[in-house]
Design a protein around this ligand. Sequence first.
Ligand SMILES: Nc1ncnc2c1ncn2[C@@H]1O[C@H](COP(=O)(O)OP(=O)(O)O)[C@@H](O)[C@H]1O
Ligand SMILES: O=P(O)(O)OC[C@H](O)CO
Length: 500
Amino acid sequence: MSYILAIDQGTTSTRAILFDRDMHMAHSAQEEFAQHYPASGWVEHDAGDLWDTTLRTCRTVLEKAGIRAGDVAAIGITNQRETTVVWDTETGKAIHPAIVWQDRRTADFCRQLREEGREEMFTKRTGLLLDPYFSATKLKFILDEVDGARERAAEGRLLFGTVDSFLIWHLTGGKSHVTDATNASRTLLYDIHKRRWSETISDIFDIPLKMLPKVLDTGGEFGVTSEELFGGEIPILGVAGDQQAATLGQACFEPGMLKSTYGTGCFALLNTGDKPVQSQNRLLTTVAYQFDGKPTFALEGSIFIAGAVVQWLRDGLKIISSSSESQPMAEKADPGQNLILVPAFTGLGAPYWDAECRGAVFGLTRNSGPEEFAKAALESVGFQTRDLLEAMTADITADHGGEEQAGDTLRVDGGMSASDWAMQFLSDIIGASVDRPEVLETTALGAAWVAGSQAGLYPSFDGFTKSWKLETRFEPKMSEGDRDERYRQWKDAVKATMSV
Ligand SMILES: Nc1ncnc2c1ncn2[C@@H]1O[C@H](COP(=O)(O)OP(=O)(O)O)[C@@H](O)[C@H]1O
Ligand SMILES: O=P(O)(O)OC[C@H](O)CO
């Protein structure tokens, strides 16, 4: 029993990764699946694809390694968060396509509730904001849309879950309908203080409590896989939303530790310990992890477009053919031009939360070309991160009653953190060290570590902290004057882009 299997069910692909007893990645398998955009601002997945790719990648990786279920001590699951699935207990099939976290279809409804002055009540209980990003309004949409769904749900014939729940239900042959506290804390239905589903909120949306999963610790017994799937039972011992799993994988266990993951979007989480800090600056309060019934909280800033802006250079503008070409192209940009790109392709997330606005470019000249666009795209990710850190610093200062900076070092990971240029600019514009670890697969590592430590194969917190290794530290090189001036230009550009 010397392997841990991590399942990373992400927004664009599903991966199964085997970690050996030294916590090294031994084998992996990955499959992309279709994204569906049925209307402007709508994003859906076929829930069947999420399950099929999970099952196939798990089987492939076991086959690649030439091992059997009995060689795997435990499974850890990490997943795209907020994405909403409702399925039938008879067939296991979803009754509506999964509504993805990026989907903005419930923006009007959220605005209406905000205008009625109800946001504070939601924030107090859930730590979140009234935004279409979270699961609750997506779930209400499905219940409103599908004939008879509410009644069937009240009878226990339909279940709701974030992707982790849906996968566990299938992995366990329908035996476990569970989730973990980190995923629950992204639904806008979970009271993070009382640690249970909020009846007040489920009443507002008319969501039958019966359809909600049982909420467990991040490390715990989520069920065992049914024998026929992998030729033997494997216990599922760890579950965390992907950004929380990355926080664990980065060993951000102490209050004040900060990580930022640069995948499709960017998600920065600041550990605030056992204290849920309520943001005054439109950040989210979320469960970072929960062990032995004790939650550790984080302040989170969520940006919807980070690596996706590089994808846009490739697939939209077609000025690069692979992501890594963005760096050499940015290096060639005319230093005399200051193009600012606000990548509000699907609106802006934290700290602006403007679902309506769309992207804009400022400072165009006749000489602006692909190089300047590439540079502006990479810089936009640094500017957006600075926005988050400014908000975090303000929140922590207010909470602690003094002048404090949120995290003097930023630990980074995710696909886009491979770009030295982007990471150097990030360090320049935030004026702090940026630490890139040896292992960039921190999300899967975090999930594997939880499952492996529960199984007794991996060390506990201290031992895992010691295993974190720095690959590169980026230090700020920009002068303070330039930093302030560039950031002021960015703030002006955002102001001009916003719809309100
Ligand atoms: N060398 C690079 N330079 C800039 N961006 C990159 C580079 N390599 C990958 N990316 C970006 O990182 C993202 C993929 O990261 P990943 O962590 O796999 O994301 P996700 O889990 O959201 O699918 C893509 O959006 C891609 O454009
Ligand atoms: O699948 P990712 O890596 O794009 O992460 C998505 C986030 O969990 C959304 O909140």
